[in-house]
Design a protein around this ligand. Structure first.
Ligand code: E4P
Length: 210
């Protein structure tokens, strides 16, 4: 699946019209860019999103995270996927909440964390591809290692922090199951200058029903 990485209602409406984007991922930074209070933004996004809507937990203690996760589920409903940070307490929260609310583990930077994510019951393991390339050297190698570790598990890899169409395609080739990208990047994935050129050629030389 390909998701929109945004908390802006206008962008959610745009991809709803496109018809091929399957859901929306948000994070605290993206929610801060909205003019709406988080609760209102999430309600509106949930109404528009064609599928899953990811909400990232901000609390940092176990009880606070569990309470926040349940609150997000009350607001978003059945489309909820919680994004739980890859920390010791985060994995504990995933193990606790997964039976009642689908959870993803976010900000994964090592294959070992992916191994724990699946043991804890996460539906998705989120790899921060471009950040991993910048900070560790090779984000696509991280995706490859995660894919090897998760190949017989029910945990799927969502590649995030992607900065170009080539990197997005590379993540899928490396074994990611899903992608999330900002609106401009999704748009960029649809075009190629040679496609335009080829289509122009047909338009000039060919004929059809119109
Ligand atoms: C994913 O779910 C995150 O919201 C996002 O892709 C993080 O990307 P960034 O590196 O651009 O912050």
């Amino acid at each position: 699946m390909i998701y929109l990485d945004s908390a802006l209602v206008s962008e959610a409406k745009t991809v709803e019209n496109w018809g091929w984007v399957k859901g929306i991922t948000t994070n605290p930074t993206l929610l801060a860019k909205s003019d709406l209070p988080p609760e209102t933004a999430l309600k509106q996004l949930a109404a528009i999103s064609p599928g899953e809507l990811y909400y990232q937990l901000m609390a940092t203690d176990f009880q606070g995270m569990v309470t926040e996760g349940r609150k997000a589920f009350d607001i978003i409903g059945d489309k909820t996927v919680l994004k739980v940070p890859a920390t010791a307490v985060g994995f504990q929260v995933v193990a606790h909440l997964s039976p009642e609310i689908p959870c993803s583990v976010t900000a994964i930077y090592s294959a070992a964390q992916a191994a724990v994510a699946t043991e804890a019951g996460a539906k998705y393991a989120i790899a921060y591809v471009n950040r991993a390339t910048r900070l560790l050297g090779d984000g696509l190698a991280l995706v490859q290692e995660m894919a090897t570790i998760l190949k017989d598990s029910s945990t799927e890899i969502l590649a995030a922090s992607l900065k170009s169409p080539a990197e997005a395609a590379g993540a899928l080739i490396a074994g990611a199951d899903h992608l999330t990208l900002p609106l401009e990047m999704l748009d960029a994935m649809t075009t190629h200058n040679l496609s335009e050129q080829t289509i122009d050629e047909f338009a000039q030389k060919g004929r059809g029903l119109v």
